[in-house]
Design a protein around this ligand. Sequence first.
Ligand SMILES: Nc1nc2c(ncn2[C@@H]2O[C@H](COP(=O)(O)OP(=O)(O)OP(=O)(O)O)[C@@H](O)[C@H]2O)c(=O)[nH]1
Ligand SMILES: [Mg+2]
Ligand SMILES: [Zn+2]
Length: 283
Amino acid sequence: MLKGRIKNINSTKYIVDVDDILYDCTVRGIFRKNKITPLVGDYVEINEDDLQITKIFPRINFLKRPNIANIDMAIIMVSVKKPDLDLTLLDKMLVMINAYKVQPLICFSKIDLLSDEEKSKYKIIQNYYHNIGIPVIENTELEAFKKIVSGKVVVICGQTGAGKSSFINMIDPLLNLETKPISESLNRGVHTTRYVNLYKIKDFYLADTPGFSALDLNELSKEDIRNGFIEFSLYPCEYNDCDHLNTDGCSIKDNSKILSSRYENYAKFMKEYYENSRKFFKK
Ligand SMILES: Nc1nc2c(ncn2[C@@H]2O[C@H](COP(=O)(O)OP(=O)(O)OP(=O)(O)O)[C@@H](O)[C@H]2O)c(=O)[nH]1
Ligand SMILES: [Mg+2]
Ligand SMILES: [Zn+2]
């Protein structure tokens, strides 16, 4: 028996890293029968004779999108232009990552494309996230990044075309990952990276992942959404079980200290939640 970690999955092919040697493995039917899907990042046992994965070790955590297990930190790559800054997608990812109890880090990219005026607007947003306690860097701060992720297993996720693979190439040019310009007509990335892939770099691991342009919070609870807006806890609401949407005198609604896009996104996600649960009860 060998013990290793899944580095990449391409349909039925599982690449397992055992002490830096890569094995091309398959998966026993028993996992499919029990509806357990091995994920990139899983520690597994493989049978040396037929290279079948025979066991998945318990996970410390996992994310659904991107689908990966056993990670210490999730980097949300956020482009400020081309594609345009999408704060709704950022806040959604923060809610999701918080719900799965993974440490987030926001990495802004493409600051070089901003005019001076746009840059000062961007700085206000950047400072806001930093001040509420979410670590923030820019994709040019390579040395700071290497220090933060030292010793960790880190997944880079976010919008297609935001520059995830380009960033990993800057960290380790030898990887030479495929990158592509965004579509000018759609102002959107073109889904260049197709699979989750975990790379060992110096004393850390980085996972490149396929980007997306939308995300749903279907499986999350109301509590998950509320808790995902971590700064709300600074302004305790005196109403019991308040959803901060319609109650007069609520400390969150109309709070000028909360960035307006944050409150708007919160309200949007709660409305999505209520709509989804209505659909669920109708079934
Ligand atoms: N100007 C500028 N362009 C950048 C920057 N980072 C990435 N790009 C460009 O953005 C485009 C998309 O980059 P990718 O690295 O392919 O994006 P991705 O996030 O991996 O995209 P998917 O694999 O589709 O999810 C490429 O043309 C990069 O050269 C940046 O900081 N500034
Ligand atoms: Mg990519
Ligand atoms: Zn309230």
